[in-house]
Design a protein around this ligand. Structure first.
Ligand SMILES: [Zn+2]
Length: 495
């Protein structure tokens, strides 16, 4: 029966087989993405049944999408899951002056969570909806710890699991834990402080949570272990983390080789870089996902290649500061797997692919720096491979029906020669028309099931403004908000 997407019920898995016909489909065959023109994909339950020319078998409904691109949904290895605070570092000076390193006075007064548990639960739902809006079907959430009392809580991750199940987003969840952090003792003077017991408690809670949620919501929810950043973890914490990962086969995400401050602190604490410190203790492995490698040394990259570590590449957040991975090409030639992440607002994977392409080419001084296929593979296949999920990131029979549909006929888009080029050069996920996750219609025309996004936007703005008002409390010297974050232009003064 001929139908339209609007005939399907948002948030539900249509009964029987659904054939989606489209101008372009990114199918998968013989281990590679393939471009299928004027083809069909058939979804049966949670899985892809068929990709090819018109399906000869019976279907419950056939939807002709017209001038659209049917693509595997994106896999976001560092998926923004809060109200982005990195926006408060760009253009506003160093982290210690803009609330990203606690001053001693704040630590002594007792750090506290600047959001309520209800706020945090809301943010997970709001952020997950944003991911779906951008064609992301699998997410490994990341949030800032700077406004937290210490690490992320199990309670908010229970809320995250509920949000993912309700909205229909595939997630790998684990509260971030750490054994230490930096304290700002004087302008620009940062001292690491550690509380080993607190880190171990965080790991224990994370492991209990992992046991509880693994495979729930019909398999949509899976665990990861998320020690926060290499310089905030003790050796014992990482040893226990990696041992648990090996024993249970759970992926680990650990930020390292990501910043200059990290390098300085690691050098002071351990006399080497994060990756080399881990390698020295036998802690690098192929379940490890490591954002962002922009500060990686050649030796670090050689170790990633040797041990099968995946880089989570988040080019947008770094490009804003004029920084980049050096380089995508070199990492690939070394044989390192590169997956993609959004990490900032907007959590737009298409924009991130565009920036990856431009920065990857800039890093090598020409188009040979990166191809559109390589960057599209990174956002789909490589993310799936990092999670050891051959059933994700590619549309072929037996794969999960995790699908993003992009409108190539959008008024603001250039005419199409090649659909992948059109999408990436167009550089916006706003053309995402619909998303299926596990065969379920999770997003259509900017709407998700069970969340009013217009109302949610207002709540998000109010929460963010409340957070901003408290920023001075945990910033060195306790400056006024208006002095910390001056406007792009001076305020207008009527004469
Ligand atoms: Zn990150």
């Amino acid at each position: 029966m001929a139908q339209r997407l609007s005939d399907l019920t948002l948030g539900e898995r249509p009964g029987g087989r659904t054939a989606l016909a489209a101008r372009w489909i990114v199918g998968h065959a013989e281990g590679r993405h393939r471009l299928l023109r004027d083809g069909e994909i058939v979804i049966d339950g949670a899985e892809v049944l068929y990709v090819g020319p018109r399906f000869p078998g019976e279907v419950a409904r056939r939807i002709d999408l017209g001038d659209m691109l049917v693509s595997p949904g994106f896999i976001d290895l560092d998926a923004l899951s809060d109200l982005d605070t990195t926006l408060l570092t760009v253009d506003y000076g160093p982290g210690w002056a803009t609330g990203r390193v606690w001053p001693r006075s704040y630590v002594e007064r007792g750090p506290y969570d600047m959001y309520s548990p209800e706020d945090l639960a809301f943010q997970k739902r709001y952020a997950f909806a944003q991911l779906l809006l951008n064609g992301i079907t699998t997410a490994l959430p990341i949030a800032s710890l700077f406004y937290r009392e210490w690490g992320e809580t199990v309670e908010e991750f229970e809320a995250a699991a509920d949000a993912a199940a309700a909205l229909g987003l595939r997630v790998y969840l684990g509260p971030a834990y750490r054994s230490g952090g930096m304290v700002c003792e004087a302008p620009g003077v940062l001292e690491p402080v550690f509380d080993e017991a607190r880190g171990m408690k965080g790991l224990k809670d994370a492991l209990n949570f992992a046991t509880r949620i693994a495979g729930t919501a019909e398999g949509l929810i899976q665990p990861i272990l998320a020690p926060d950043r290499v310089e905030t973890c003790t050796l014992a914490l990482l040893q226990k983390t990696m041992a648990a990962s090996a024993e249970r086969g759970i992926p680990v995400r650990l930020h390292m080789a990501q910043g200059r401050t990290e390098r300085m602190i690691m050098n002071r604490l351990h006399g080497t870089t994060g990756p080399q410190w881990l390698a020295r203790h036998g802690l690098l492995h192929d379940r490890l996902i490591a954002p962002h490698a922009v500060e990686a040394e050649p030796e670090d990259l050689a170790l990633y290649a040797e041990h099968g570590v995946t880089i989570a590449h988040c080019p947008l957040v770094y490009a804003r500061d004029g920084e980049m991975l050096r380089s995508f090409r070199e990492c690939r030639e070394r044989g390192i797997r590169i997956g993609m992440g959004t990490d900032t607002a907007p959590p737009d994977m298409v924009l991130n692919m565009a920036v990856a392409l431009m920065m990857g080419r800039a890093a090598e001084g020409g188009p040979h720096g990166l191809t559109t296929a390589e960057v599209f593979d990174a956002a789909t296949i490589s993310g799936a491979d990092a999670l050891k999920r051959p059933d994700l990131g590619r549309l072929q029979p037996g794969a999960k029906a995790d699908i993003a549909i992009f409108d190539l006929a959008d008024q603001r888009f250039a005419p199409t020669i090649d659909p992948i080029q059109t999408l990436i050069f167009g550089a916006t996920g706003r053309v995402t028309r619909a998303v299926f996750v596990d065969g379920r219609l999770s997003m259509r025309d900017g709407a998700v099931s069970g969340l009013d996004l217009a109302a949610a936007r207002k709540i998000a703005q109010e929460q963010f403004e409340r957070l901003l008002a408290r920023y001075p409390e945990r910033t060195f010297g306790h400056p006024k908000v208006k002095d910390m974050f001056p406007g792009t232009y001076a305020p207008f003064k009527p004469r």
